[in-house]
Design a protein around this ligand. Structure first.
Ligand code: BTN
Length: 249
């Protein structure tokens, strides 16, 4: 199977609703080839997970989508794409800052318990199989002030250095290429192990909230369906989807 190059073509926009939406439009019009990156200085309707917005000050951060061929992926293994992307992004950020970088389920990237990057993957399907994927990444680079200061950070806030966003794109394309190639090669066990090695709060008791009720839980794993498996104090194991559960502390 031919491995596709990432970032072979880069489209830079000054302002767009969402780089993921823009990429999807090009896909629908068959005007994009695999490996193409769409970047923007600003998004008017940046999309986040849990149906939330992704806010980012103009020109300061990386707002990035890449269109890739994922037709090799079996539908049962779809969450492995999320794991691979999180690992590639984590590796890239780790190489830049030289500090511990963790993955918060499902694929947030965090440093010192603050989020510095988020991922939104949107898949295209043909009958019952994935044909391609749009991987959207927001990475906080040079922004220094955040509305949720105790929850968000940036490369600048961590290292006190300013970064060239184009250079980061090149590093990110290379890291994602490596991590997604592991997936293409079917190294599911390795991907799963690496993901859990860097998973925030694995095997640690913490406070969670489900249907407005707080309780203590311990992450024992993220399963192949991407569900968070929590052990409860009474020994039960419960599985949660993203929209159902929130970490409190
Ligand atoms: C999250 O909520 O953690 C995911 C955030 C993903 C944001 C990125 S920014 C570039 C791309 N375009 C979007 O509209 N969203 C993703």
């Amino acid at each position: 199977m031919k491995s596709q190059s990432f970032g072979n073509q880069i489209i830079k926009l000054s302002s767009v609703d969402s780089t993921n939406n823009y990429t999807a439009k090009l896909v629908n019009q068959s005007k994009i080839s695999f490996g193409t990156v769409i970047m923007a200085d600003f998004q008017t309707k940046g999309k986040g997970q849990r149906s939330l917005f992704w806010n980012s000050d103009k020109g300061l951060n990386l707002l990035f989508s890449i269109y890739i061929d994922t037709s090799f992926l079996k539908p049962d293994n779809i969450f492995y794409l999320s794991k691979s992307v999180a690992l590639g992004l984590r590796q890239c950020v780790g190489n830049i800052i030289g500090k511990e970088v963790l993955i918060k389920w499902p694929n947030d990237i965090q440093v010192n318990k603050k989020k510095i990057a988020g991922v939104l993957i949107e898949n295209q399907w043909k009958s019952n199989n994935v044909s391609s994927s749009i991987i959207g990444i927001g990475l906080n680079v040079n922004q220094s002030n955040f509305p949720l200061e105790n929850k968000a950070s940036s490369l600048f806030n961590i290292t006190s250095k300013k970064y060239n966003i184009d250079s980061i794109v090149r590093l990110l394309c290379s890291s994602l290429h490596t991590s997604i190639n592991e997936l293409r090669l079917g190294k599911l066990n390795e991907i799963d192990k690496d993901y859990h090695d860097f998973l925030f709060n694995l095997n640690k008791w913490a406070l969670y909230e489900y249907e407005k009720i707080e309780f203590k839980g311990k992450i024992i794993k993220v399963d192949d369906n991407g569900l968070l498996n929590l052990e409860l104090k009474n020994g039960d194991i419960k599985k949660y989807k993203l929209k159902q559960i929130k970490l409190v502390l």
